[in-house]
Design a protein around this ligand. Sequence first.
Ligand code: F2R
Ligand code: MG
Length: 300
Amino acid sequence: MNGGVGVARDSLEGLVLGDAFGQSWFVRDAEAGERWLAGRVLRPGPWKWTDDGAMAIVLYEHLVRYGEVREDALAAGFAAEYARDPYRQYGASMHEVLERIGAGEGWRAVTAEQFDGQGSWGNGAAMRVAPLGAWFRTDLAMVVDQARRSALATHAHPEAVAGAVAVAVAAALAAAGRGGPAPSRPEFLREVAARVAPSEVRTLLLEAAALPAGTTVRKAADRLGSGWRISAPDTVPFALWCAALSPDDLPEALWRTVEGWGDRDTTCAIVGGVIAARTSLSAVPAQWRAHTEAIPARRP
Ligand code: F2R
Ligand code: MG
């Protein structure tokens, strides 16, 4: 199914922009960072995207090529991209996972062995998946199935899969709602949670939905986490709560998301991918786009 290259491409561009913007906020001087953020002073460019962008580009190009997730080819595609440029701040376990897959080992065995046989519950499967949700936006059952498959190529733990499903569903709902009014934050988060298997990710999505109107970003980050553990549960519910703060204003949502600090390239990548699926990048200031490292032309 070709669910819409254009909408998925918008989501990819939003994800890459969010990743690069968030990454620019890893500043050495935390006090100065707070001041710059309060004054909304952009960090100097260029803003380089990281593993979030690198893996999302691979996944998007995979969908353009095959129209669906083919796990063997996707795992090989991630490994090939890693071999081309391993210096994109990949998660710690991904170095071994992608090197071994690149060397010809089967992805199922390699991913299942990580962390003493638990598999990774990192946020790496969730950070790259929004364009897939946009791609399959007319069929939520398909979104869930395809997101699951895309996650398992690198992350065997059910929490990582749940995080990827949640983000993909959120992007699908955002894309499907283009041109119409956005749902309320609790409605949106509950609708996402309804498609996610029982997990800590789902429990925290429902907790996010129950946070009262007027909850500050800091308070939400305290309750939900903001990626300090680099896990799917402490990243995805917070990021989707942030995406629902201003679903029609991508720059505003990214400013607010950084207020949670934490894993800011990844929370911003998720927010960017979800909101741009609905809004495109039309309201993003030219300077932001000029600062952001370009997405390379399609590779064979
Ligand atoms: N913070 C990063 N990358 C670290 C860069 C360090 C350094 N500069 C370098 O290059 O080496 N950001 C990126 O990592 C996140 C995505 O991570 P992903 O792909 O899920 O990787 P990983 O390693 O599988 O999981 C992340 C960490 O979570 C903990 N963890 C996961 N599963 C666990 C388990 N079953 N038991 C215990 N801990 C588990 C580990 O600490 C993992 O390293 C994104 O933020 C991306 O931008
Ligand atoms: Mg990153």
